[in-house]
Unconditional design. Structure first.
Length: 88
C-alpha cells in the first residue's frame, strides 16, 4: 500500500497566504501529516496485483473442483455398475 503524498511546505504557504499565522499553519500541517501517516491507500498497481493473485487462486480452485467432480462421477458410475451387476 502507498501513502498519500503531502507537501507540508506548500500547505503551510497556502495557509499563510490565506492569513493564517505561521505557528498555526505549521501546527495544522503537522497534524495533517501525522494523520496521513496512518492512512493506507491502494494504488492501481496494488489493485492489479491483487486481481492477478485472485485470478491465479480461482484457476487453482477450478482445477481442484474439476478433479473432485471427475472423481465423484467415476466413483458413482463404478458403484452404479457394480450394483447393476449384483442385482442382475
Amino acid at each position: 500500500m502507498a501513502n498519500i503524498p503531502f507537501d507540508t511546505l506548500k500547505f503551510v504557504k497556502t495557509l499563510e497566504a490565506a492569513g493564517v499565522p505561521a505557528p498555526q499553519a505549521e501546527a495544522f500541517s503537522a497534524a495533517v501529516r501525522d494523520a496521513h501517516e496512518f492512512v493506507d491507500v491502494a494504488t492501481k498497481r496494488d489493485i492489479d496485483d491483487l486481481r492477478k493473485e485472485m485470478e491465479a487462486r480461482l484457476e487453482k480452485m477450478e482445477l481442484r473442483l474439476s478433479i473432485k467432480l471427475g472423481t465423484i462421477v467415476v466413483v458413482a458410475l463404478g458403484a452404479f455398475t457394480a450394483l447393476s451387476k449384483w442385482a442382475a
